[in-house]
Design a protein around this ligand. Structure first.
Ligand SMILES: [Mn+2]
Length: 481
């Protein structure tokens, strides 16, 4: 078993989201309607520095990148090819712009202005943008005397739980039957991506969607009762919903200022969302002009640095947990309780824990790495982890395994990687590879996705069966020896 250095888990969501978006007959629609979901895993893995150089599809398919600068207000400034958010902040000639100057539909501002109670809803398979957008809105609106709740009806990875310092994010079941003057659906525009929060809309006095994906939200999609006002504000060319929150909050800045808020705390989640949805400015197809609004919010409103935002998202598993996952032992780490140790040891002895194999290149190149993780192993590690952090969820474990071990397999020459994990009587495959190899393998396994990042759910199969299928496919296609 190779010893690896644990890497930070995903800043965004988990890979399984990418997989779920490609199964159950929801393929095209789900992938197309939630580009953020299919790419936020990329964002996390990019941060961990382990994935291929595949680039993020633009949310609107119409982002103009550096060309967006042509004819705009800063003709003297020419961005470097890789002009990141850090570059935008550091470059004195790149002037900041106040998001308060961005247009926001009056109907949205009026709906928020007249509401006394507001429910902020983000999407399932949550990422930094949806958590950051809803939390900044909650913190800002509460400064204006409104009562708010935040609902994201799904597990959140450790980095996102860390953003939610006041533990304000709730599941739908905990808010059942509550009335809100306004429900704001943010960073998502389709009903099947908000989980049980869809039911909460039945008790809302008004509903508004604020999103940056390619969506056309309509009231009938959300099955709202007769007469309930519905508004939608979609900015497909904006890099994140967090920028929409920055614009909304910017319009109310004077009113919020009267409450003497901690602006860093109010804006930090939206800054984090901007960072995760853009890969800290590294993704392709971004309109760098929008970075000016990030810079203003960071420096002039929150008075923070990028490292503060990184720090707010930094989550590490307890040391004895990473030790248990990697077969390492860290001096000074608390001992693993005997029953859990026995369980994990038994799994290892039965080769039913974690395994990796790297097949060398075939005549057409490739090189294939297969990582398998049994559900029993995940549950054993989870049991251990929850002794230290009760809020630990499976994706905290699986993210670390995936980003650590997949990166390790790539270093050993695997251009194509398959991460196979058991869950609920199925094997979930998360696939990466150059060109269209990931999609081809996914299709072979009955799934789908993008050329370089794809997934499949194989019901009723064992890990070993799927592993053999991956290996056979690779050999048959000349991608493994
Ligand atoms: Mn987003």
């Amino acid at each position: 078993m190779p010893v690896i250095t644990p890497r930070p888990p995903s800043l965004g969501t988990v890979e399984s989201e990418n997989v779920t978006s490609t199964v159950g007959g929801a393929t095209g629609a789900s992938v197309g309607s939630t580009p953020g979901s299919a790419t936020s895993a990329e964002g996390g893995s990019r941060y961990a520095g382990t994935t291929s150089s595949s680039e993020r599809p633009a949310p609107g398919g119409a982002n103009v990148g550096a060309a967006g600068l042509v004819g705009r207000t800063a003709p003297s400034f020419t961005p470097a090819p890789k002009f990141t958010l850090a570059d935008a902040v550091a470059d004195a000639s790149f002037t900041a712009k106040d998001p308060a100057t961005l247009p926001v539909p009056q109907a949205i501002l009026d709906a928020i202005g007249t509401a006394q109670t507001v429910l902020l809803i983000g999407h399932i398979g949550p990422d930094g943008d949806c958590v950051g957008t809803t939390l900044t809105m909650q913190r800002a609106l509460e400064q204006l005397g409104k009562r708010c709740e935040v609902c994201i009806d799904d597990d959140m990875a450790g980095s996102l739980r860390k953003l939610d310092v006041d533990k304000r994010v709730r599941r739908a079941v905990d808010l059942q039957g509550k009335h809100f003057d306004l429900a704001l659906v943010m960073d998502v525009g389709v009903p099947d991506r908000i989980g049980g929060a869809l039911g909460l809309l039945q008790h809302a006095g008004a509903v508004a969607v604020v999103d940056h994906h390619v969506v056309e939200p309509k009231r009938e999609h959300f099955a709202l009762p007769e007469g309930v006002p519905f508004h939608a504000w979609v900015e497909q060319d904006w890099p994140c919903a967090a920028l929409q929150a920055m614009a909304i909050v910017g319009k109310s800045r004077a009113g919020i200022d009267a409450a003497h808020p901690d602006w860093a705390k109010v804006m930090l989640p939206s800054l984090a969302g901007f960072c995760t949805d853009t890969g800290f400015g590294r993704f392709e197809g971004l309109d760098k002009e929008k970075f000016r609004f990030f810079k203003h919010t960071l420096k002039d409103v929150a008075k923070l640095e990028i490292d503060d935002v990184k720090g707010a998202l930094e989550y590490r598993l307890p040391v004895r947990v990473t030790d248990a996952m990697n077969g390492t032992s860290t001096a000074g780490a608390p001992a693993v309780p005997a029953p859990i140790k026995a369980k994990l040891d038994a799994l290892a002895a039965a080769h039913d824990g974690v395994s990796t194999v790297v097949l060398p290149k075939g005549e057409k190149g490739g090189g294939v790495g297969v990582l398998t993780v049994s559900d029993a192993f995940v549950q054993g590690v989870l049991e251990l982890g929850r002794l230290d952090d009760q809020a630990l969820v499976e994706m905290d474990i699986t993210n670390v395994l995936k980003f650590g071990r997949v990166g390790e397999m790539k270093k050993q020459g695997a251009e194509i990687t398959a991460f196979l994990i058991e869950k609920d009587g199925a094997v979930f495959a998360s696939l990466r590879g150059p060109g269209d190899t990931a999609l081809r393998l996914a299709t072979h396994l009955g799934g789908g996705g993008h050329g370089q990042a794809a997934g499949a759910r194989i019901p009723g199969a064992t890990l070993a069966e799927v592993q053999r299928k991956v290996e056979a496919w690779a050999r048959a296609n000349g991608l493994a020896a």
